[in-house]
Write a protein that binds this ligand. Structure first.
Ligand code: CU
Length: 470
């Protein structure tokens, strides 16, 4: 069944195509591009796996003096990758393109395209990645430093969160985001120009990033769970190709990219090597925003953009979170009611078709010793325990810890994270079930570990929270 918005988008799409009418050359140009396909596609998966395996094998054998050497390519991610801000998607698009071009060069195959792993539909490692040997030789796609092995599913490594985060319904909700920042993470707090120094500053992680992106890194586990070395595992590039595909898909169903010049004028300066291994030049975001400008395409992308949306963050209240967080224990903060808050909440709750979202901003979350920690977010739940199921109406979502360590070069502390948690549906549920929303909002955080182990030094904290609409 189509929502009202989807019907509108379909109508808009056919109008846009009708208006484009005779520009056949544009279609011819896209048809010749290498196509990124689903690694689990019955017709193309095996061929895509074989090509990718050969490329990875060649890159792993290159001498360390070659910038295209497998481990050297991973250093690019370690040194420059932005996470937790609005450069997350365009930076990774450029990183993957650089990698894909290098693969084309070493394979001498201009039609090579990275496959993607649609982890929502297929929640285990693609078959080509699980065996140590292929035809008697070492398999470059096998990687021993993974928590996920063989036929493990995301549920076996992540527990109950897997079915919530990778649920098709959750992906569909993520794709309904109106504004780019809600989709692809927020502007760094306080950013006031497009200087390169903002590349790795902290904003709030969107649901796409804190949900499927971060949980997949944790679910594969091992080196994938550590941003400094995650591209050591060949599955990394297929994971990010799927995120990049979702960005293209969001655009194709009407999501419009950010218009702020702090984003559009931003330049990634010399981050990415060229296909021949020489240092690459500067890449402005303006060259990355349109899928039609890239040197690849997806089977299902359509380059149209029809919606107009501006991003507006309207914060009602800020409160410091006083207590620490501890695995297995509920930590609670009551957000006192005031007129502004109750007006804000009721405007979103009563607005049935959801033009606005109610969000909980968690600011400055420190990292526990066990990064395989998941934090469940509940509102106004009187009976919350670790056994409370995730289909409880008071449950909002969960977040985890995919976070870089302290950067000694710049002195910046990247091990802090901030999150924008969508609590719209939960607030609506509570309005229906008569939860205590009118008396104030009890925000409850319940940390648990994927492996059930509690480390001694596992205390961590949240600096402050805000309730806001976007
Ligand atoms: Cu990633």
């Amino acid at each position: 069944m189509l929502s009202r918005r989807e019907v509108f988008q379909l109508a808009g799409a056919s109008m846009a195509i009708a208006t484009l009418g005779g520009s056949q050359s544009a279609f011819a140009a896209t048809a010749a591009k290498p196509v990124r396909r689903d690694i689990n596609d019955v017709a193309f998966g095996q061929e895509a796996t074989d090509k990718y395996r050969r490329a990875v094998g060649i890159l792993q054998e290159l001498p360390s003096s070659d910038s295209r050497n497998w481990l050297n390519l991973s250093e690019v991610h370690k040194n420059f990758c932005p996470h937790g801000n609005w450069y997350f998607l365009p930076w990774h698009r450029a990183y993957l393109s650089s990698f894909e071009n290098i693969c084309r060069d070493v394979l001498n195959d201009g039609q090579f395209a990275l496959p993607y792993w649609d982890w929502s539909m297929f929640r285990q490692l693609p078959p080509g990645f699980i065996h140590q040997k292929v035809d008697g030789a070492d398999n470059p796609l096998f990687y021993s430093a993974r928590a996920m092995k063989g036929n493990d599913t995301l549920s076996s490594t992540l527990g109950a969160e897997a079915d919530v985060i990778f649920n098709e319904g959750n992906i569909a909700t993520i794709l309904e985001a109106k504004a780019f920042q809600d989709f692809g993470s927020f502007m760094p707090v306080g950013q006031n120009n497009s200087d390169s120094s903002w590349q790795r500053k902290r904003g709030y992680k969107s649901t796409l990033e804190s949900g499927p992106h971060d949980y997949l890194h944790g679910g594969v586990g091992g080196d994938m769970a550590n941003p400094s070395i995650s591209p050591h595992d060949p599955i990394f590039y297929l994971h990010h190709a799927n995120l990049d595909r979702l960005w293209a898909k969001w655009n194709s169903i009407g999501g419009e990219n950010e218009q702020s010049s702090f984003w559009t004028n931003f330049v990634f300066k010399g981050n990415f090597p060229l296909a021949d291994g020489n240092p690459g030049g500067d890449i402005p975001i303006s060259k990355l925003v349109n899928i039609a400008d890239q040197e690849y395409r997806y089977e299902d992308d359509v380059a149209i953009s029809i919606s107009q949306s501006t991003f507006q963050l309207n914060s009602f209240t800020t409160q410091n979170w006083v207590s620490g967080l501890e695995v297995g224990k509920v930590s609670e903060l009551i957000v006192a009611n005031n007129e502004q808050l109750s007006d804000g909440v009721s405007s979103v709750v009563e607005e049935k078709q959801g033009e606005k979202k109610l969000v909980l901003l968690l600011d400055g979350v420190t990292t526990p010793a066990n990064i395989g920690t998941t934090v469940r977010v509940f509102l106004n739940c009187d009976y919350l325990t670790p056994a409370t199921p995730l289909d409880d109406p008071h449950y909002a979502t969960s977040f985890t810890f995919f976070v870089a360590q302290h950067d000694h070069a710049t002195g910046e502390n990247h091990s802090l994270q901030s999150f924008a948690i969508d609590i719209t549906e939960t607030a609506r549920n509570l309005a229906v079930t008569g939860g205590r929303l009118e008396d104030g909002l009890a925000v409850q955080l319940l940390p648990l570990t994927f492996d059930g182990k509690k480390l001694d030094d596992n205390a961590f904290s949240v600096a402050s929270i805000q309730i806001a609409t976007i």
